[in-house]
Design a protein around this ligand. Structure first.
Ligand code: NAI
Ligand code: NAD
Ligand code: ISE
Length: 336
């Protein structure tokens, strides 16, 4: 069976995912697209999936009988509307992170999915599918470095566009760490603190950049992460786990070591699209397969909700300078 997919949001990652789902991966085809910028949707469809229909609204795409499942790759603030509409239509939906931009919105999605009686939602936390993070998790779970005590992490982008503003360093960027680190150490967070750094001259307008975020888990693991989205030098993701008996680090992406022009070294990647390119393929291939079988096997709406509660606490911690507790509703049996 071929899964017929509708994609809402034909921007950067929407185009990447259309390329995967229409031609690269097995068992899927893109039959419909929409973007708030309809002209862009037409141009993208013409280039990547010429037989797809271009719908005037996201709702029309979701309602279309030709669409079996929905992929939401529009801007974060529009996610809630499209995920709720997909649930109401009884259609499986893969939503890029964040599931929604506030915890309340994610809670509405969780409640709607439970009321619908079956899991339909998967969130695009693709780092769980990355070979490096999977190897690191295996080492941690094996006990070879003892129990994890501390994590030192960094999420660095070379630069960000002008529309990247406010607290997107937390809600759009650090949200990846929020999800993957909780999965890595198999623990939940209880508090958040944010310490602002000296502002880089490369940070535009009112953007604070860089800052440090400190999360504490239920079992007492302390996780510090540098978020620096105008670091200039590369797209650089770091994660070191300090255990009772040793340390283990996220492998660097494979690039060719060179000696040239009196320098020895390796090139750094500059683009997020390339750093986790394989993990997007694995993530979406598994989603296509599981959706065809009527299952959700990846990060759920609950994971999206937990990430949003944590992200809200980080935003509050940044605003107040205080250590903010992270409290969620009890995990419903539906997600156990
Ligand atoms: P983008 O700005 O390139 O594309 C977003 C697209 O959504 C634009 O074409 C815009 O016109 C469209 N759009 C916005 N509101 C809409 C609406 N109401 N209806 C229909 N279309 C709408 O943004 P980008 O970088 O592609 O990010 C999109 C989403 O993907 C975000 O949620 C972002 O966090 C996520 N993302 C995830 C990544 C990952 O590594 N998993 C990487 C990059 C983005
Ligand atoms: P983008 O700005 O390039 O694309 C977003 C698109 O959504 C734009 O084309 C915009 O016109 C469209 N859009 C916005 N509101 C819409 C609406 N109401 N209806 C229809 N279309 C609408 O952004 P992007 O970088 O592609 O990011 C999109 C999403 O993907 C974000 O949620 C982002 O966090 C996520 N993302 C995830 C990763 C990842 O690594 N998983 C990487 C990049 C982006
Ligand atoms: C973007 O949306 C992503 O998801 C990238 O992975 C992240 O590094 C970047 O900061 C976000 O804006």
């Amino acid at each position: 069976m071929t899964l017929k997919i509708g994609v809402i949001g034909t921007g950067a990652i929407g185009q990447e995912h259309i390329g995967r789902l229409h031609g690269k991966l097995v068992g899927s085809t893109v039959v419909a697209v929409n973007d708030i910028n309809l002209e862009n949707a037409r141009v993208v469809a013409e280039r990547l999936c010429p037989s797809a229909s271009v719908h005037a609204t996201g709702q029309a795409l979701i309602d279309s009988p030709e669409v079996d499942a929905v992929v939401v790759t529009s801007w974060g603030p529009s996610h809630e509307e499209f995920v709720l509409a997909s649930i109401a239509a009884g259609k499986p939906v893969f939503c890029e992170k964040p599931l929604a931009t506030t915890a309340e919105a994610c809670q509405r999605i969780v409640e709607a999915e439970i009321a619908a009686g079956r899991q339909l939602v998967q969130v695009g936390f693709m780092r769980r599918y990355d070979a490096g993070y999977r190897q690191l998790k295996e080492v941690v779970a094996s006990g070879r470095i003892g129990a994890p005590l501390l994590l030192h992490c960094a999420h660095r982008n070379p630069s960000v566009p002008a529309h990247y503003v406010g607290d997107m360093g937390i809600t759009d960027t650090f949200i990846h760490e929020i999800d993957v680190l909780r999965w890595l150490v198999d623990d939940d967070y209880v508090s958040a603190q944010v310490i602002e750094g000296k502002k880089s001259r490369h940070a535009l307008n009112d953007l604070s950049d860089p800052y440090m975020i400190v999360l504490k888990t239920r079992s007492g693991v302390v996780i510090d992460t540098e978020v620096f989205v105008n670091c200039q030098f590369g797209y650089d993701i770091q994660c070191q786990v300090v255990g009772e008996d040793g340390t283990a680090s996220l492998p660097e992406p494979a690039t060719v070591p060179m000696r040239q022009a009196s320098q020895a070294g390796r090139a750094l990647l500059m683009d997020w699209k390339l750093r986790f390119i394989d993990s997007y393929d694995v993530e979406l291939q598994e989603w296509v397969q599981a959706t065809t079988e009527g299952k959700v096997t990846g990060p759920t709406a609950w994971d999206g909700y937990f990430a949003a509660v944590t992200s809200d606490a980080c935003v509050e911690a940044k605003r107040t300078g205080q250590i903010v507790p992270i409290t969620t509703m009890d995990k419903p049996d539906f997600y156990r």
